[in-house]
Design a protein. Structure first.
Length: 148
């Protein structure tokens, strides 16, 4: 019985010391996941704009969602419409709820591969308890995430 109590006490001590490390790792993975979703969405929709030949927009909201929009192809001969329409429903860029976006941002992804910010800037900042990740989008569409 004494051996069982000693082993249980040792396990509790080990768990107590490892809990902050586990929580830190989870927090860091939430930040990494959110930045991966944002960079992937930008790159994928930039490729769609190039492939379809019509501009796309991607709006990142501080609420944790993003919305894609495009100028639909209409008419004969086919041409891009003059206004943007949402594609599908808003999608989450963070499912954990502990990652915040510095400012809502809307990017326009053009068929020639260039990117411009129509709302906000080409630099997105994501923060949580693990630190800050900065996602920088160049005017020619390169997407780079830096930070922990």
């Amino acid at each position: 019985m004494i051996e069982l109590v000693v082993v249980t006490a040792i396990m509790i001590v080990i768990f107590t010391f490892s809990l902050p490390v586990i929580q830190s790792t989870i927090t860091h993975s939430h930040l990494t996941e959110a930045s991966a979703v944002v960079t992937g969405a930008i790159q994928a929709n930039r490729y769609q704009a190039i492939m379809r030949g019509c501009p796309y927009t991607i709006a990142f909201f501080q609420s944790g969602n993003y919305q894609i929009g495009t100028q639909p192809i209409t008419g004969t001969p086919p041409a891009c419409a003059t206004s943007f329409a949402n594609v599908g429903v808003p999608l989450p860029w963070s499912t954990s709820g502990d990652v915040t976006l510095g400012a809502s941002t809307t990017l326009q992804l053009n068929p020639n591969g260039t990117v411009s910010a129509t709302v906000g800037s080409l630099v997105l900042t994501m923060t949580n308890g693990a630190g800050t990740k900065t996602i920088t989008v160049s005017g020619v569409g390169n997407v780079i995430a830096t930070g922990p």
